[in-house]
Structures are given as C-alpha cells and as structure tokens.
Design a protein around this ligand. Structure first.
Ligand SMILES: NC(=O)c1ccc[n+]([C@@H]2O[C@H](COP(=O)([O-])OP(=O)(O)OC[C@H]3O[C@@H](n4cnc5c(N)ncnc54)[C@H](OP(=O)(O)O)[C@@H]3O)[C@@H](O)[C@H]2O)c1
Length: 218
C-alpha cells in the first residue's frame, strides 16, 4: 500500500507526507515539477527520519498510487483533476482535504459554492472507478508538519462509498493520537469545511496555529 500527494509540495502535503512516512507507509510526492517533487521528498524523508518518501510529477504519482490525497489550493482542484483524468487508476481512492477558503491581506473568507462543498464539487469530476472521500480538512497543516507535536484530535471522514471511507480511516488510524470518525455521506463535507473556517478564525483570534477538534462522548 502506498499514498500519493497531488500537489504535495505545500505545507499540507508536507504534513501528511511526514506523518504517513513516520507511520511506515511509502509516500509519493507529486508536483508539476520533477525538481520540486524530488527536493520536497528529500526534505520530508529527513523530517520523518525514514527513507519512505519519493517524488515525481503529479501524472506519474497518480498512475502509481492506491490512495491519493489532493493537497492543492481548492480553486486548482477541478482543473487538476480534469487535466489528468487519463492517469487515474481504477479502484483508486481519492481524498479531498481542501476547504473553500481564500485569504485577502491575511483575512480568511469562506467561499459559498453552488455544489454545497468543495468535496461535492470535486465529486462531479471524478473519473469512473475512483471513489472520493473527504478527510483531514480540519487538521492544521502546521501541527501535522511538526512531528514532535502530538496531534491528540479527531480526523473527520465522509464519503458515499463505505469501502473507500474504511480504507482512509485505516491509514489515518496509523498516525499516533489521531482518531478517525466516520461522519457519513460526502455531503457532510459542508459542515467539515465550515469547521476548518472556524479553526482558522480561532487561530487568528488566539494567535495560535494548531486549533483542531476532539469530539467528547464517542
Ligand atoms: N494549511 C492548512 O492548515 C490546511 C488544513 C486543512 C486543509 N488544507 C487544505 O490543503 C490544501 C493545500 O494547502 P497548502 O497550504 O499546502 O497549499 P499551497 O501550498 O498553496 O499549494 C500546494 C501545492 O499546490 C501546487 N499548486 C499551486 N498552485 C497550483 C496551480 N495553479 N496548479 C497546479 N498546482 C498548483 C503547488 O505545487 P507544485 O508547484 O510543486 O506543483 C503547491 O506547492 C488547500 O486546499 C487547503 O484548503 C490546509
């Protein structure tokens, strides 16, 4: 089993790569540039203290990985999927971590989408045979990318395929102190994406970088 990152050279890709590699899972960092992918992979291998991270172009990563996390800015997600349709693999699970939030002069803005959520918009463009799951939307990238930080929080997972959700929850559970919770169908991404917005607002108000969620009572 391996994990790929579409646009894995940003801070979210870095965090996921380090955590999954540290959990013993081979990770393939995708980029538009071979050089950026290879540089990032070298960096992430060092930070995860493993030899498990390698890098290549996004298209090659898509053709080689079983579970692919899309770690692009949300506005780039649909064009990226559209332009690389032929590289997806049948039976692949595609994980959307995006939130429709833009920043102007450092101020976050939540973008209302007709589709309901970034995940539901992306679902319209998924190639046949690829299941979309939304997850990790509420986990702050800075906390993920700092391996000594204990995450001690919940990772919310939603999607319309139970089998795909289970596969994502299984790999998420390999990251220490992260508890995956099945939140139901893909439409629950509407709530999760707003929770990301809430976490960003809390970080701004309290001058922190790591606001995240734990559900009590489950
Ligand atoms: N930051 C957080 O705490 C956090 C938490 C949860 C979810 N997320 C979500 O994670 C996603 C990634 O966030 P990020 O801050 O890591 O993003 P980012 O650094 O802005 O971008 C990630 C990568 O996307 C690629 N990219 C950028 N513009 C592109 C374009 N026009 N076309 C194709 N590829 C492009 C770049 O890779 P190459 O140049 O190497 O191709 C870049 O390194 C976002 O959707 C965000 O909502 C973030």
């Amino acid at each position: 089993m391996n994990i790929g990152l579409l646009g894995g050279t940003g801070v979210e890709g870095k965090g996921l790569a380090i955590r999954f590699a540290a959990a013993g899972i081979p990770v393939l960092v995708g980029s538009r540039s071979d050089k950026r992918a290879l540089d990032a992979a070298r960096d992430y291998s060092e930070l995860s203290r493993t030899q498990l991270v390698t890098g290549c172009k996004n298209e090659e990563m898509l053709a080689r990985c079983e579970i692919v996390f899309l770690t692009l800015p949300f506005g780039r997600a649909v064009p990226a999927v559209e332009s690389s349709r032929e590289h997806f693999r049948n039976g692949q699970v595609f994980v959307d971590v995006t939130a429709p939030i833009t920043f102007r002069e450092g101020r976050p803005d939540f973008v209302e989408l007709d589709a309901g959520s970034s995940a539901e918009l992306l679902a319209r463009y998924m190639p046949a045979g690829v299941d979309l799951v939304a997850a990790f939307k509420t986990i702050p990238a800075h906390a993920l990318a700092d391996l000594p930080t204990e995450l001690r929080c919940d990772v919310f997972v939603c999607g319309d395929s139970n089998e795909a959700k289970e596969r994502v929850m299984k790999v998420a559970a390999l990251i220490p102190s992260l508890r995956p919770l099945d939140c139901g169908p893909l439409a629950m991404a509407r709530t999760l994406e707003r929770m990301t917005f809430l976490a960003i607002q809390l970080n701004r108000r309290y001058r922190r970088k790591g606001a995240r969620f734990t559900i009590q009572g489950i």
